[in-house]
Each structure stands twice: as structure tokens, then as C-alpha cells.
Design a binder for this molecule. Structure first.
Ligand code: CA
Length: 545
């Protein structure tokens, strides 16, 4: 708002001093000063605001990273964990697009029309009262950058980002046909050009950060770095795969047992390792695709020693590619972290790393199809992790991506911020959810949320100094008919079409002892609460769109 002040207020005497007396000065200028200070308080939050690097992996299992018990070599992320915090009860929504909507708005995806409620149609676009967090961060002076997967409604530059490399093609890591730079379509990439999606996404991030240092060093930045790895198709450079292959010769039962031992030693989880649910396979069924993949593919998590030698070799290759994709992501993150250090932003950058859902039991063939004669992991192949390995990657939990048992919706979360978090290498056990990330960023930017509909998300800031009071009375899930509610240590959960199961996660984090028949009243009360939250989301969408 333009503000004109009387000209005589600025009249100076011959010596350049105001002609006004002290009393007149006080009367005239003090209210103006108060006005300007109030305006400054509103528009310019306390400095220095932290930069933010929000890193999301796609379909990464709970224990894939070394610092969460995995055998996959992730030295850069492990180093981040050593210098920061690891959350053990952090949750996503169990699927790509609802997690991304929740992450960048601070609402459950169903509240903002980005996932279905019971009885509703397909997902749509967000209501106008649910802009992305970038819109607020810009108000606080941030420059906002995006690189990688999007899977939100609208385009990045129209949603508050100042720069973007948007890799839309999810079927081709070596030759994407659809990708954009700053919302302008780029030419398709030819096979054999040396392009690899994970590297290209990290290149974009490094370029954005370099440009920021050169031209906007006075401003804080928010960089959203969303890798498409290790989502299918399993594509990786051959030399990366070769480094991982031997490690998986012993099969998924061995890897799962080894991960569980490390998880217990690290203090990430305790309890019992659940029995493998041998009958649970991919969530969607494509019998023709299975046929195309040949006799090596297995659509159930069978005991490894029941597989044929041909199946064992085929499956070993798949996990080697999954691991290679994660190791490549970690190496590329090393370059991004190096850039942060070069621009002297390491100390005051809040880095968060998480996954959008658990490892995936899906098996399908899309994009350019699958050539069984081509080397596994090359551009001509289309392989998915499948239920045997995703069971191992989600150790110690049950189920996979799409389900809302812990295997589907529990995520690693690493939080690193030297200037703001003094403890290092420590675990946090406070339950938290992707809806908490946007409120955390707003709080650190010195902003209050101005949303018409209050966000259910809470800032994680209080957990930076320790586990204290719970952030949430409850957390809520629904995806593809799979439902859950966590209230304190109690979790009510049901797969689509199944009756409710009840677990006490304090004693049984791995969901092995269903207490539903022992506590029918608790089941009823939690179910009622689940329904009432769904109703309130439905009403919110109806009344305030
Ligand atoms: Ca995903």
C-alpha cells in the first residue's frame, strides 16, 4: 500500500537537521515509526531464516538406507543422520500423489481433493484456499526451486516456484519423453544419450543453487528435490548394478533377517519380526504382464529356497538394480550437499529427507515395454521390485505401498540443521506425518498460517530439542479403501474389505498381535473418530471450495 507523508515533515534546516522541535518530532514521527515497525514485523520475519532442502525419494522402503538398518550403501545420507536426527515414527500417506499434496499443503490429501473419500469420485484439483507452501514462503522472502517428480495438480511455476526442472516421464530413466524446464516443454531425450533421470534431477538442483548464490544470495531459499528413484521401472547404469549384484545372492529372507538385527541394534524399532504374509502380492493384477516378464518373475513373497535357480537369479538382479538406484541417488545428493557447502549455506540449511510411501509390491510393464533379452535394468527392460523384495525393503513392517499398515505408510525422516539442531546422531520417536512439514517450514520462516481452513499439521520444531508432548491427538489414513487411525499408541487399521485390526504400537510396532477382539469398545471409539474426521474433510470441501 502506497503511503504519502506531508512534505513539511521532511523540511531540513541549513545544517541538514529537521526544523521540528523534539516534541513535534515525537508527535509526528513516533506513530509513523510504529506503523512501519508493525508493517516490517508482518512482512519481514526474524533473520536469518533457514534455507530449506526438502528431499523426497519415491517408493523407498523404511529400512533401505544404511542409517535405518539397510545394507544399501548411502554414505551421504548416513552422514546427514550422524549430524542430525532420525525420526522412527514418521508417516506418509502410502502413495505418491496424496503424500505430495499433504507435504506441500499441510493438509490430508482428502481435505484438499487430492485423494478420494468414501463415496467420492476421482481426485481433482486443490481448492483455492490450499495453495502450496511456496506461496507463503515467497511472502517471507524465499526463492523457491523444484527439481524432479511433481505429481501435483497444476504446474510448478504457477504454484510459487521460481525455477523448476519437472521430470514427468515416470517410465524411462534413460530417455524421458515428457519433461519441462520452468514449465516450458523440453525435447524428448534419445536413448543412449548418456542421460539418467536421477543425475539430471540433481544437476538441476545444483544449477538452481549456484544461480541462487550468484544472484539472490541475500534471500533464503526453499529447494524441493523430488527424486523419481527407486520407483519402477528398475533402471540404473550397468556399473552401478554390477557393484550391488553379489550382495543379493543370498535372497530376501537373509536380507530381511540381517536388516532386522541392525534395526534393533540402532534402536529404530523393537518387538517381533512379523511372519511374511505369503499370500499378499501386488495390489493390482496384470496377468499378461507377468507372462511377458517370463518364468523368473514371482508375484508372491515365497521363501527364497522355494524359488527355482532361474527365479533366484532374476530376483537377485532386481534387488541389485533397486539398490543401485538408491546408491546413485545418494551419490548425486553428495554433489548437492557439496554445492551447499561451497555457497556456505550448509550451517543454516534445514535438510529433510523422506520417502513418499513404502517399497512397492507392484509388478507391471508400461512405457516402452520389456525385452527379456536385454540386460536387466537397461532402457529396454521394465522390471518392478515386487512383493518378495518389497517385504525385505519394508523390514520390519507388514505390507507395502498403497496399504496403510506400517510397511505402506512409515517413512524414514532425516532432519539436519547445524545452526538450529544441536543434538547429533539421535533418534526421535514422536509420531509425525507429512502434513507437519509445511507448518514446520512456515514456522521457521516466521510466518503464521493464513489458511481459511486450519491445517491439521503441526510444526516439528518442538521435537528438534527432544521428544516431548505429542504433536497430534490422532493421525488418519485412507487410500484405495485401506484405512487407519493412530491415537497415541493405539492404531486401528484395516485393508480394503477386511475387518478392523487393533494394535498397541508401544508394545507392538510391527503389528503382530491384533487386539481387536480383546478391546471391542476401543475399536468402536476409534472407528467413530475415523468416520467423524472423514465427515469433517467432506464438509470442509463442500463448504469452502
Ligand atoms: Ca511413490
Amino acid at each position: 500500500m502506497a503511503c504519502r507523508l506531508p512534505v513539511e515533515w521532511f523540511a531540513l534546516d541549513a545544517g541538514g537537521l529537521p526544523t521540528l522541535g523534539l516534541r513535534q518530532f515525537m508527535i509526528r514521527f513516533v506513530p509513523v515509526l510504529i506503523f512501519f515497525l508493525a508493517a516490517l514485523q508482518e512482512q519481514v520475519p526474524a533473520k536469518p531464516q533457514p534455507n530449506v532442502l526438502l528431499i523426497m525419494a519415491d517408493d523407498l522402503g523404511y529400512s533401505d538406507l544404511g542409517c535405518y538398518g539397510g545394507e544399501i550403501k548411502t554414505p551421504y545420507l548416513d552422514n546427514l543422520a550422524r549430524g542430525g536426527l532420525r525420526y522412527t515414527h514418521f508417516y506418509n500417506t502410502a502413495r505418491c500423489w496424496p503424500t505430495r499434496a499433504a507435504l506441500l499443503t499441510g493438509y490430508y490429501a482428502q481435505q484438499v481433493g487430492r485423494d478420494k473419500l468414501p463415496g467420492s469420485k476421482r481426485r481433482g484439483s486443490r481448492p483455492s484456499w490450499a495453495p502450496l507452501v511456496t506461496v507463503d514462503l515467497k511472502r517471507a522472502g524465499y526463492r523457491c526451486y523444484h527439481a524432479g517428480k511433481w505429481h501435483l495438480d497444476g504446474m510448478p511455476m504457477k504454484n510459487g516456484f521460481d525455477r523448476s526442472y519437472y521430470l514427468k516421464d515416470q517410465g524411462r530413466f534413460f530417455s524421458p519423453q515428457v519433461h519441462w524446464k520452468d514449465d516450458v516443454r523440453l525435447p524428448p531425450v534419445k536413448r543412449g544419450s548418456g542421460y539418467y533421470g536421477t543425475t539430471a534431477v540433481a544437476d538441476a538442483a545444483v544449477n538452481h543453487l549456484r544461480e541462487h548464490a550468484e544472484t539472490h544470495a541475500d534471500k533464503p531459499f526453499f529447494h524441493y528435490l523430488a527424486f523419481a528413484a527407486p520407483h519402477f521401472p528398475l533402471h540404473a547404469p550397468p556399473e552401478d548394478i554390477a557393484r550391488c549384484r553379489e550382495r543379493y545372492a543370498g535372497g530376501w529372507d537373509q536380507i530381511r533377517a540381517e536388516r532386522w538385527n541392525r534395526i534393533k541394534k540402532l534402536g529404530i524399532a523393537k518387538g517381533e519380526l512379523p511372519a511374511v504374509e505369503r499370500g499378499i502380492g501386488p495390489p493390482y493384477h496384470f496377468p499378461d504382464h507377468l507372462k511377458l516378464l517370463g518364468p523368473g518373475e514371482v508375484n508372491r513373497p515365497l521363501p527364497w529356497n522355494k524359488l527355482t535357480p532361474e527365479q533366484q537369479v532374476f530376483q537377485q538382479d532386481k534387488m541389485a538394480i533397486h539398490a543401485a538406484m538408491i546408491e546413485r541417488m545418494d551419490q548425486e545428493l553428495g554433489r548437492v550437499f557439496h554445492q551447499l557447502r561451497r555457497m556456505k549455506a550448509w550451517e543454516n540449511t534445514l535438510i529433510l529427507f523422506l520417502s513418499d510411501n513404502g517399497a512397492s509390491a507392484e509388478i507391471m510393464v508400461r512405457a516402452d515395454g520389456h525385452d527379456p533379452e536385454a540386460p536387466a535394468g537397461s532402457a529396454a527392460t521394465y522390471l518392478c521390485l515386487g512383493p518378495g523384495w518389497s517385504t525385505a525393503c519394508n523390514t520390519p513392517f507388514r505390507r507395502h505401498k498403497t496399504w496403510v499398515h506400517e510397511g505402506g505408510c512409515a517413512s524414514p525422516l532425516i532432519v539436519h540443521w547445524p545452526r538450529g539442531i544441536k543434538e547429533t546422531g539421535t533418534l526421535r520417536h514422536t509420531p509425525a506425518h507429512v502434513i507437519d512439514i509445511a507448518p514446520t517450514l512456515l514456522g521457521l520462516a516466521g510466518l503464521e498460517s493464513r489458511r481459511q481452513v486450519p491445517s491439521p499439521g503441526r510444526t516439528l520444531s518442538s521435537t528438534f530439542t527432544g521428544d516431548g508432548k505429542a504433536l497430534h491427538a490422532e493421525l488418519w489414513w485412507l487410500h484405495e479403501g485401506h484405512r487407519a487411525l493412530r491415537q497415541g499408541d493405539w492404531k486401528l487399521v484395516a485393508a480394503e474389505g477386511d475387518p478392523w485390526e487393533l494394535y498397541n504400537l508401544a508394545e507392538d510396532r510391527t503389528e503382530t498381535r491384533n487386539l481387536a477382539t480383546r478391546h471391542p469398545e476401543r475399536v468402536k471409539a476409534l472407528e467413530k473418530r475415523w468416520e467423524s474426521m472423514a465427515d469433517s474433510f467432506r464438509e470442509g470441501l463442500k463448504t469452502s471450495r
